[in-house]
Write a new protein. Structure first.
Length: 134
């Protein structure tokens, strides 16, 4: 037997405690490193006094039929505004239906997601405290 695909997903929410009060677009650009610019064809039509909200999505081929799906942007989390970073890795090819093969992919993918997250948040690592951590 085989699994037709396998994936792992991590969703991290950044609240005001993490952003230090930064505007979401500024946080996404200046801390996480993503660009949120709009073309003039859109900017010329928006209310000039209003700041735009951003939610970016990317699909990045990682090789060996693995795709990184990444979304980052403004959301409402637990009734509060937050910035979310949603990262998943999916292998869109058959994987042997045994614990070793599945865990090998999941462990490797978890490490990739972990590295991406910690490299992106290095400048605010002193503000990162996982829920329940002391």
């Amino acid at each position: 037997f085989e699994f037709s695909s396998i994936s792992i997903r991590y969703i991290n929410a950044f609240t005001n405690a993490h952003t230090g009060g930064m505007d979401a677009v500024d946080f996404i650009e200046n801390v996480l490193g993503f660009k949120c610019s709009l073309p003039d064809s859109v900017l010329s039509r928006k209310v000039q006094s209003a700041k735009h909200r951003a939610f970016l999505q990317f699909q990045v081929p990682m090789g060996d039929q693995v795709v990184l799906n990444l979304g980052v942007g403004e959301v409402v989390s637990n009734g509060h505004e937050a910035i979310v970073m949603d990262i998943s890795l999916s292998k869109n090819a058959p994987v042997a239906a045994d614990a070793r093969a599945a865990m090998e992919f999941l462990a490797s993918s978890r490490n990739t997601i972990h590295d991406i997250f910690f490299e992106a948040t290095k400048s605010i690592e002193d503000r990162l405290h996982p829920r329940g951590a002391k």
